[in-house]
Design a protein around this ligand. Structure first.
Ligand code: HEM
Length: 514
């Protein structure tokens, strides 16, 4: 508090040097009585639960008595300087700290006043005017002290309130920030730092457009938000925002008008909820609904195609016999016809394969689980594929964990799932490479990884890997990896893929052992 502010308070109360002198003259009256006054004060405090509960231990009691003694004697020094004000302001803070409500402290002045006035009157019996003036001076000091303590109480109350607000904002799981009227960041909470990767000191002062994807800016999203705010005072929308590393974060946004205490707009406040997880769940749900529809449709389609296809195959057989007979008469034409038939046959076989794939996917039965020793299964099945690896110039490396727990799984389905991954790996290495098959055990789980040294995938390909019909391969049905995923999920396991262009691809399946 500045000396000007102190002077102002003293002048307002009319606490003058005359009062100070009267108070100084009170010292010889007070000093012999101070212990008795303090004891009465203490006994009074014990009568009320709110004050008595703060006076439990002897150390505190002794301290409070000493504090009261010093307090009363300090008044009779009649010096209202910087130290006096600082001491009085501290009283409010000390009481705040021990949880003493301001009302007891303020009322206690009344008690002290009641104890002191009879003493003063008695002392100045022959001079009632002096007694009145001294009592008036004492009253002013108590008023000053009460006012200073109230100020301290209010200040620490506001401080606590601000701290609480700060904690609400900073410890919130949602992103909270505010902007000035020009759209520059003015505050940025911890969740915002976590979700967007910008530290508060980095982003404060920058413009909101830092976190808006450019195409949304072009489409005028901010203009639309402003229009809503001006119309309704707030705006609620689901959109995307940009993190520092360029990542897009799906968010639910609530923007409101920020006003000063007089109600004038001074900016915007925004609460953003990261809805990545919710979006993923929605996408998964959509995906399984899509799969169900695809399942039914492909079963129907495959069924419809199957019968005509077998009659086409049969008729092809018959034609082949006819052609064989004709070849005897006209060898040149016969050769050509045989060639055409071979082409037809291979196309029909391809359609049959695709149809079978669809049927397998659509009618994946519930797994019939039995104990499966994964290492042995892989060993045996991979052994059958040696010629295929050699033909593709692929070197097989296996790294099987010893003591792998036995799995409860549908062996056929499991191998089918693994086979799809191996096929995928071979297709990713058209000019050869290394295929590494690993198994591992981790408490309650068995892991299986299949890694190739092929061309790797783009982020988009990786994201869409398990979506039916997304295949980027010529002639692929796009159902191989979705089928693998379905098998893994049916076995309560998980599958993930790590890949980047040029670095090869690794699929990791984890299956529970229980
Ligand atoms: C006119 C009335 C009162 C005055 C002038 C007064 C003055 C003070 C002062 C100067 C302090 C020490 C501040 C510091 O740490 O610098 C203090 C602390 C304290 N006061 Fe008061 N007080 C008054 C009333 C009360 C009442 C009614 C209670 C009720 C129990 C109370 C309980 C305490 C307690 C518990 C402490 C903390 C003691 C410690 O540090 O352990 N005071 N008071």
């Amino acid at each position: 508090m500045t000396s000007g502010e102190r002077e102002q308070r003293l002048a307002f109360l009319g606490l003058t040097e005359d009062d100070a002198q009267l108070l100084r003259a009170l010292r010889p009256v007070l000093e012999p009585q101070v212990d008795a006054i303090v004891e009465t004060f203490y006994a009074h405090l014990l009568k009320f639960p709110a004050t008595a509960e703060l006076l439990r231990d002897t150390v505190t009691i002794a301290r409070i008595k000493q504090i009261q003694r010093d307090y009363l004697l300090r008044i009779t020094e009649g010096i209202f300087d910087e130290a006096y004000f600082a001491n009085r302001l501290r009283i409010g803070q000390a009481h705040e700290r021990v949880g003493l409500s301001s009302r007891w402290y303020l009322l206690e002045h009344g008690l002290l006043f009641n104890l002191l006035t009879p003493l003063i009157r008695q002392h100045f019996t022959g001079d009632p005017g002096r007694a009145d003036a001294t009592i008036a001076a004492l009253e002013k000091v108590f008023m000053l002290d009460a006012a200073l303590a109230t100020e301290a109480y209010i200040a620490s109350d506001r401080h606590r309130h601000l701290q609480q607000l700060d904690s609400i904002v900073n410890d919130s799981a949602d992103v909270i920030f505010s902007l000035d009227m020009e759209g520059h960041f003015r505050s940025w909470n911890r969740a915002a730092e976590r979700v967007f990767g910008w530290l508060s000191e980095e982003i404060l002062g920058r413009h909101l457009s830092e976190i808006i994807p450019p195409e949304l800016l072009r489409q005028g999203e901010l203009v639309q938000i402003e229009r809503d705010i001006l119309g309704h005072g707030h705006c609620h929308l689901e959109t995307r925002r940009l993190a520092k590393d360029g990542r897009e974060v799906p968010v639910e946004v609530m923007v409101s008008l920020l006003r000063d205490p007089q109600g004038n707009p001074i900016g915007r406040s925004a609460i953003l909820r990261d809805i990545t997880e919710r979006k993923r769940l929605e996408e998964d749900k959509l995906q399984s609904e899509r799969l169900a529809v695809i399942g039914t449709m492909s079963a129907r389609l495959a069924h419809e195609i199957r019968n005509p296809l077998s009659s086409v195959t049969l008729n092809l057989e018959l034609i082949r016999d006819e052609v064989a007979a004709l070849t005897h008469q006209n060898p040149a034409t016969g050769g050509e016809a045989r060639e055409l038939l071979r082409a037809l046959d291979s196309e029909v076989k391809r359609v049959q394969r695709v149809t079978e794939d669809y049927l397998k996917f659509a009618r994946l039965p519930r797994p019939r689980c039995q104990p499966v020793a994964l290492n042995e299964l892989l060993d045996q099945q991979l052994g059958f594929m040696n010629s295929s690896f050699a033909a593709n110039h692929v070197k097989l490396v296996t790294d099987f964990a010893g003591n792998l727990p036995v799995l409860q799984a549908d062996e056929d389905q499991l191998w089918q799932a693994v086979l799809n991954l191996i096929r995928n790996a071979l297709e990713a290495m058209p000019t050869g490479g290394t295929l590494t098959v690993r198994t591992a055990a981790r408490d309650g789980w068995v892991g299986l990884s299949i890694a190739d040294t092929g061309k790797g995938m783009t982020e988009e390909e990786r994201q869409n890997l398990f979506k039916p019909f997304f295949s980027t391969k010529v002639g692929g049905t796009g159902l191989g990896l979705p089928l693998t995923q379905q098998v893994v999920v049916e076995h309560a396991g998980t599958i993930r893929c790590e890949s980047a262009p040029g670095t090869g691809t690794t699929f990791v399946i984890e299956l529970p052992t229980q």
